[in-house]
Design a protein around this ligand. Structure first.
Ligand code: ADP
Length: 483
């Protein structure tokens, strides 16, 4: 799994090769801007070939292998992943930047999706329906949907890959995987694990490369029956449009703008720690991380004081150092977006109580200080658009009704959080908030056994849980007339 100076980022029908165009792209460490390697940069032709091979492999993977046999491959990949945890975490941190401790947790989480779907593979049941006509019998047969494309983002380069590979391979689908251009190395390392455990050729294919060209091949091909995508709402919208020609099924996990509601009865220490954990994990580059806090007026002053003190002490640095809590952002565009959001907030009357500028600790990479803003209002970008960075705007509230309205007013509906000790309010709020995922005194809701997914413009489809595998299955209805 060691990384050489040049790497073949295309794996089709069991063979690693260069892109047909011969193009390569440098992969850099966002903390230091050091070049890690160059990866061959695939395009349309490479993607079309991957689809062809996935199509050829589909009949035997879906029908000749039993669910139990597919499960065994996933289980072996799960074990292999844990055996290689340290090395995978280091690759992940070097290309993505997050602190090593977070990268290790991500590898464990990534492996857990393989284990969960190794278990679920054997539990995709059909039905025999009691007929309304005595001379008929009605059956429902679950069948793998076909070739699927998985397009994954850079913020969780390992777990977003296995969250898609686990259920799709378990269901009997064959896969073309396109990882994010910034983080192909982790995806390649995961594909290598599947190669090592002897996954049949053509079942899993990888095309690292040009997003637009590969994306076009995947959406335009009638042979790709489903696209599972995690990324921005903007790209999700394009994929949806482009998939309409062949009426492709989609599973889209898109942007979010998560509110945290800190109620007056909240335990203050818990509220502060959970808010920091939610906002600043992965340097705020998480689709379910807190984008805005609404804290009850009665506890606001103390909450803001305690929180900003702790935020000022978060250690910024290279993710490969144990003491680092805040790593780099993925690239300079990300830093610029954060800068723009903070400037816009200041222009509209916000005040900074922690951070507020780029960090230059001499490492050379893309850093921004963890930042807390108060006196915020709805005209500010930070309160409306996904900042995807370490900026936390805090607003106060005094009425639950009004705060629910505020929490629901954006077009996003991925995750929302409530910090409270009151079970009565808990039910009132969880039912009123228009989000696919609600964390109550919990800011890490993603787990293999539960259905993760958004509503509204945050997308549709579930990943994780027993629901996750059903995305990749057609329920075929068979009506039998008895003569
Ligand atoms: P982010 O803002 O997290 O970078 P993107 O939506 O831009 O999110 O990227 C998520 C994934 O979608 C990445 O793998 C990226 O390469 C891919 N992607 C970006 N543009 C397209 C496109 N036009 N078609 C298909 N995939 C795309």
């Amino acid at each position: 799994m060691l990384i050489g100076q040049k790497e073949k980022g295309i794996f089709i029908n069991g063979e690693w090769r260069e892109a047909y165009s011969g193009a390569y792209r440098a992969i850099t460490n966002p903390a230091t801007l050091e070049k890690l390697t160059e990866i061959s940069y695939g395009g349309k032709e490479d993607a079309l070939e991957a689809i062809e091979e996935a199509k050829a492999a589909f009949p035997s993977w879906s029908k000749k292998k039993t669910a139990r046999e597919r499960s065994r491959y996933l289980y072996k990949a799960y074990e292999k992943m844990l055996e290689n945890k340290e090395q995978l975490a280091q690759i992940l941190t070097s290309e993505q930047g997050k602190p090593l401790s977070e990268a290790r947790t991500e590898i464990e989480s990534a492996a857990s999706y393989l284990l969960w779907y190794a278990e679920e593979a054997s539990r995709v049941y059909g039905e025999i329906i009691p007929p309304s006509n005595a001379n008929k019998r009605s059956l429902v047969i679950p069948q793998a949907i076909g070739v699927i494309a998985a397009i994954t983002p850079w913020n969780f380069p390992a777990s977003m890959v296995t969250r898609k590979l686990g259920p799709s391979l378990a269901a009997g689908c064959t896969v073309v995987l396109k990882p994010a251009s910034q983080t192909p190395l982790t995806a390649m390392a995961i594909v290598k694990l599947f190669e090592e455990i002897g996954l049949p050729k053509g079942v899993l294919n990888l095309v690292a490369g040009d997003a637009r060209a590969v994306g076009e091949a995947l959406t335009q091909s009638p042979d790709v029956r489903l696209i599972t995508f995690t990324g921005s709402t903007e790209v999700g919208r394009d994929l949806m449009k482009n998939s309409s020609q062949h009426i492709k099924k989609l599973s889209l996990e898109l942007g979010g703008h998560a509110p945290i509601l800190v109620l007056e009865d909240a335990n203050l220490e818990t509220a502060v720690d959970l808010t920091i954990a939610s906002k600043f994990r992965n340097c705020g580059q998480t689709c379910i991380c807190a984008n805005r806090v609404y804290v009850h007026q009665k506890i606001a002053e103390e909450f803001i004081e305690k929180l900003s003190e702790k935020v000022k002490n978060l250690k910024i640095g290279n993710g490969n150092e144990d003491s680092t809590v805040i790593g780099p952002m993925i690239d300079q565009n990300a830093v610029e977006k954060v800068t723009e959001h903070v400037e816009d907030a200041l222009k509209h009357g916000a005040s900074i109580v922690a951070g507020g500028k780029e960090w230059n600790g001499g490492l050379g990479g893309h850093f921004y200080e963890p930042t807390v803003l108060v006196d915020v209002n709805e005209r500010m970008k930070v309160m409306n658009e996904e900042t995807f960075g370490p900026v936390l705007p805090i607003e106060t509230f005094d009425s639950l009704e009004k705060v629910i309205e505020k929490a629901n007013q954006l077009p996003y509906g991925l995750a929302a959080y409530i910090i409270t000790e009151s079970t009565n309010r808990l039910f009132q709020l969880t039912e009123a908030l228009e989000y696919g995922i609600i964390g109550v005194n919990d800011v890490f809701p993603a787990t293999a056994e539960a259905p993760f997914g958004g509503i509204k413009e945050s997308g549709f489809g579930k990943e994780g849980g027993k629901e996750g595998i059903l995305e990749f299955v057609e329920m075929k209805y068979v009506s039998i007339g008895m003569t």
